[in-house]
Design a protein around this ligand. Structure first.
Ligand SMILES: [Zn+2]
Length: 427
């Protein structure tokens, strides 16, 4: 008897299959779950990535590897909308996945009994992976049928090594993805969340340090929490505890601060800034991909999205570029480059939303031509040269958008049609 929870997880894998469909990929989605948490998400990216191994299951394993900094996931369950092929079955056993739950059978290349019998794993493997199928099978297979019908009617080859549709789309450089920074941009998490959490952590560690809103404004020129503490010590020379290793101390202090910050997000929701929820919804409805591009940790991102938009909303984002996925933090372009690589898109197809000079410069140096900056009290005096549009906020019914600089003088809302027209206008 299947577990009801299996349907809940499979529904999330199915959302990723729908997402693959929207990028003209064969619609298969997969998630990897461990201890009741999603540790990896994947969808077919073979056509967009020119990568025969980029099946949804393998992409989910790769994502989990990056998240957990490991290559084996004992005790995990992989949910995939289509019966895995022999390649994926092999990778699943290599990754020590405990169980596979799949949707539709694949009579052409399924490795769970339809064609090959690799899962539940063959006894000659040295790891046992269990397997059940048929969860939301009809929905999964209908999505695949629709996809192939559309492709046949357009007489376009699928998965034959001719990524015609993909190339054409890239060359047109349409606006396809909206990439958002989190802290300051989606919510005033810096002033009302991080700063407060730092101060509580200092008190818990018996440190006589206090970061006022003014001091914090200066510290925000440094990206990264640990880096910010180090900069504070170097610049303000506060009284230090008598300890042998200051680096270890900073790491512990920062971990404690992160725990407090997540508690703040959990207890008292920090609201999203005006227009954020509206614009995300519009993007979703109009087939614009969404991505998160931030220096903050993935846990922080997930807490904020959970408490403001609900846990389902995590699936709205085709990529969450966060924390330790790259070494060089903003203003380096690395995190934007990571996100665009995951999406299989060139910078010319993306628009970024940021709240500061650091973020703006990160997006610009990644080659993104259109960057909207929504200022905060901390950033309105910064040099924002290069921004396409500088506004107080994105605008909603109670907070009309106020333009501070840029190509347009007066608008009520930053919405998808406006972004499209800014994207088409040469900068
Ligand atoms: Zn496969």
């Amino acid at each position: 008897m299947e577990d009801n929870q299996d349907y809940i997880w499979m529904r999330q894998a199915l959302e990723l299959a729908h997402f693959a469909n929207s990028t003209h990929e064969v619609p298969v989605g997969a998630i990897l779950v461990q201890d009741n948490q999603i540790i990896g998400r994947g969808w077919n990216q073979s056509i967009t990535g020119n990568d025969p191994s980029a099946h949804a299951e393998i992409q989910a394993l790769r994502d989990a590897g990056k998240q957990l900094d490991n290559y084996r996931f004992p005790g995990s369950t992989l949910y995939t909308t289509l019966e895995p092929c022999p390649m994926c079955a092999g990778a699943i056993v290599q990754a020590r996945v405990s169980k596979v739950v799949y949707g539709a059978d694949d009579p052409k290349s399924g490795a769970c009994g339809s064609v090959f019998q690799l899962l539940p794993s063959d006894t000659r493997f040295n790891h046992r992976t269990d397997c059940i199928g048929g969860i939301l099978a009809t929905e999964s297979s209908n999505l695949l049928k629709q996809f192939f019908q559309v492709r046949r009617s357009k007489a376009q080859p699928v998965n034959l090594g001719f990524p015609t549709m993909n190339r054409a789309t890239k060359n047109k450089q349409q606006f396809q993805a909206l990439l958002l920074d989190v802290d300051g941009t989606m919510a005033e998490t810096e002033r009302d969340g991080h700063r407060v959490a730092f101060n509580r952590a200092f008190a818990d560690f018996d440190l006589d340090w206090c970061w006022s809103e003014d001091i914090y404004g200066q510290l925000l020129t440094v990206a990264g929490g640990k880096e910010r503490i180090q900069y504070f010590i170097d610049t303000y020379h506060p009284a230090l505890p008598q300890i042998p290793n200051i680096q270890e101390f900073i790491i512990e202090l920062h971990q404690h601060k992160t725990a407090i910050y997540n508690q703040i997000l959990h207890d008292s929701t920090i609201p999203l800034r005006p227009g954020i929820a509206r614009l995300l919804q519009e993007a979703k409805e109009q087939g614009i991909m969404l991505g998160i591009v931030t220096t903050t940790s993935r846990t922080n991102v997930e807490s904020l999205i959970n408490t403001t938009l609900g846990p389902q909303a995590l699936n709205w984002f085709a990529v969450i570029g966060a924390g330790n996925q790259v070494t060089a933090k903003k203003p380096a372009p690395d995190i934007y480059q990571y996100a665009m690589q995951q999406l299989g898109l060139p910078p010319q197809s993306c628009i970024a939303i940021e709240d500061s000079a650091i973020g703006l410069n990160s997006a610009l140096s990644a080659g993104i031509p259109t960057v909207i900056v929504t200022v905060t009290d901390y950033t309105r005096e910064q040099n924002l040269t290069g921004a396409t549009l500088v506004v107080e906020n994105l605008g909603d019914s109670e907070h009309p958008c106020q333009v501070l600089a840029g190509a347009i003088n007066s608008i009520n809302l930053v919405d998808i049609p406006l972004l499209k027209s800014l994207h088409e206008t040469p900068q």
